[in-house]
Design a protein around this ligand. Sequence first.
Ligand SMILES: CN1CCC(Oc2ccc(-c3[nH]nc4cccc(OCC5CCCCC5)c34)cc2)CC1
Length: 279
Amino acid sequence: NESMTIRGKQFFILKMIGRGGSSKVYQVLDEKKQLFAVKYIDLEDADAQTVENSKNEIEHLNHLQQYSDQIIKLYDYEITNSYIYVLMECGNLDLNTWLQSRTSVNPLERKLYWKYMLEAVQTIHKHGIVHGDLKPANFVIVNATLKLIDFGIASRIQPDVTSIMKDTQAGTLNYMPPEAIKDTSSQHGKARSKIGPKGDVWSLGCILYCMTYRKSPFQSITNQISKMHAIINPSHKIAFPDISEKDLLDVLKRCLVRNPRERISIVELLEHPYLQLKP
Ligand SMILES: CN1CCC(Oc2ccc(-c3[nH]nc4cccc(OCC5CCCCC5)c34)cc2)CC1
């Protein structure tokens, strides 16, 4: 079946993992039967901003390789005037698919994944990048670890339509921080530049909430306008049903504080008692 050549190496396409805008992600094998993920970006009908964002994301991904194992590995890339190929390590499955397939999450697994997510996001923050749109689909499980697969700079990628995923996570408001909704001074798409690192803490808190209560804090509000109002409304109290892990409950409450200045930071989260790894 189909194959592609990246910088003189041949790769055989196994299946499409996801697609979005002018991007497609494939699972591929090299001639040694080694598994990779390839992101193919068609530049033919892409506007200049998309091209610029894609190159920017690749440069950051390339630069951050050396700082953390929680950033997806980038092996090679090929940029021409009509397409971009990005050769990356292939994970087992994304966190969204994993969450949807689990009826319950093992507490130690949850704690480990939380630590990996914090380390990944701390790495991009240390290099001046705020994702601004974190959700479970941005993380992929690779063996027993979790890795961040994109920095929120380039185009959005959704699961391939043939995949069983019904709710594509792209464009979901369930993880959006209140300040991103309130931020009136932004033009479309630039809102994130005004959103600081604490915005990513809110989104991470929503992901941990999902791993604790099997739904995100505002998931039950299906009307998007009502959902946005609830996210910014201080009178809308987020439910925190009691759980045995009191440290976890404290982390959730400190992440889901609407005022970003009062919200806990990534550094404080990494020092929090919840992460002292006694099971
Ligand atoms: C539904 N089904 C899908 C295949 C499989 O899950 C994944 C396997 C590998 C991966 C991946 N690895 N490296 C990757 C490097 C870049 C992008 C990647 O994904 C993009 C993707 C993320 C989830 C939404 C769709 C786009 C990457 C990711 C999902 C099993 C579940």
